[in-house]
Design a protein around this ligand. Sequence first.
Ligand SMILES: C[S@@+](CC[C@H](N)C(=O)[O-])C[C@H]1O[C@@H](n2cnc3c(N)ncnc32)[C@H](O)[C@@H]1O
Length: 209
Amino acid sequence: MEKQEIRTFGRRHGKKLSPRKARLVQTVLPKITPNESENADILEIGFGAGEHVRELASGNPNKIIIGAEPFENGVAALLSRICDENDNILPEYKNIRIWPDDVRLILNQNKFSFSEIWVLHPDPWPKARHEKRRLLNPIFLNLLSENMAQSGKIIIGTDHWEYYDWILSGIQDTKLVVCDFEHETIQTRYQKKNMAHTSETKYMILCKK
Ligand SMILES: C[S@@+](CC[C@H](N)C(=O)[O-])C[C@H]1O[C@@H](n2cnc3c(N)ncnc32)[C@H](O)[C@@H]1O
């Protein structure tokens, strides 16, 4: 990531971690940080508390899932749900890797060939003066396309319809096209909050041109 890149996320730290979560961040996280010698199949960007990363992992036991999230409390929440009381990773979550930082850093440092990239409820940055903080701009979408298999897909869902239209209008300046507008609703913490007060989450599925 270039030094001048604009920050697209809010807080990195929330309330103080419980002793267990702080220990998991210290001891388990380093063991499951993505490793250059291992390929990965699926990426979820901004996983929040990680409920969808867990679904992806248990539903795709032969695939490696990378979840990227710079908010430490979100990372700790996911760690606490994938580990048992002895801090061992549960068998159905052994294919999860966690990148506890801005996803652009790992995408600029490595070359991936993801079959799926998920972005559920990206921060909408609704104020006009914050629009530059929106992650899903054409430059970032092209970075995703460079890290995707030819048949790969990017699945984007947001309840913020104005952001949705903004993403759509930027796609013409990318190497991507919309290949579907339909997806079943995926329940995440942010989806349940429905802070945009809209009637549904809208989806778009992007493919390479
Ligand atoms: C509105 S929350 C949605 C969380 C979750 N996907 C959900 O639906 O509940 C957006 C998340 O994206 C993360 N985020 C923002 N910019 C990011 C970036 N550059 N790399 C990785 N995650 C990012 C934020 O930290 C935040 O947790």
